[in-house]
Design a protein around this ligand. Structure first.
Ligand code: FES
Length: 131
C-alpha cells in the first residue's frame, strides 16, 4: 500500500513545466476594438461585442436626428432612427439582423442600425447619413 500523501508523481524535471506555466500565466493583450466616429472626429475603445448604439451614447455621440431624439425606441430595433453608415470595417461587425434587413431594405449595404450592431474590430462610423 503506497497510497499515502499526494497521488501525483514527483516531478524530477520540473523546470521546463514551471516555465510553461509562467508563460501561460502572463496576461495576453486583449483586443479592444476602436470605433471611429468620423463626423465627430472621435475614437473610442470598446469591449469585443459591444453594442454600437450604447458605445455612441456613452461617449456623447449624437446618433439621432431631431425626430429620432423625440421618438426613438430605446434600442429595440423598432424605429429605425439610429441609422449609421459604416465607412470602414464592415467585416468587423455582427451580421445584419432580420430587423435591419426589413428596416434598411432600400438603403445601401453599408448602412446599419446602431442598436442592432455589435462591434468585433476596428470600424469607422458616419452618424446621421444623408442618403
Ligand atoms: S433605436 Fe430604434 S431602431 Fe435603433
Amino acid at each position: 500500500m503506497t497510497q499515502t500523501g499526494s497521488q501525483q508523481e514527483p516531478q524530477m524535471d520540473s523546470q521546463p513545466e514551471i516555465q510553461e506555466t509562467e508563460q501561460e500565466a502572463t496576461p495576453q493583450p486583449k483586443s479592444f476594438p476602436c470605433i471611429k466616429f468620423v463626423k465627430e472626429d472621435k475614437e473610442v475603445f470598446a469591449a469585443d461585442g459591444a453594442n454600437l448604439r450604447l458605445k455612441a451614447l456613452e461617449n456623447q455621440i449624437d446618433l439621432y436626428t431631431l425626430m429620432g431624439k423625440m421618438m426613438n425606441c430605446g434600442g429595440y430595433g423598432q424605429c429605425g432612427t439610429c441609422i449609421v453608415e459604416i465607412s470602414e470595417g464592415m467585416e468587423n461587425l455582427s451580421p445584419r439582423t432580420d430587423v435591419e434587413n426589413r428596416k434598411l431594405k432600400k438603403k445601401p449595404e453599408t448602412y446599419r442600425l446602431a442598436c442592432q450592431t455589435l462591434v468585433h474590430g476596428a470600424v469607422s462610423v458616419v452618424t446621421k447619413p444623408s442618403k
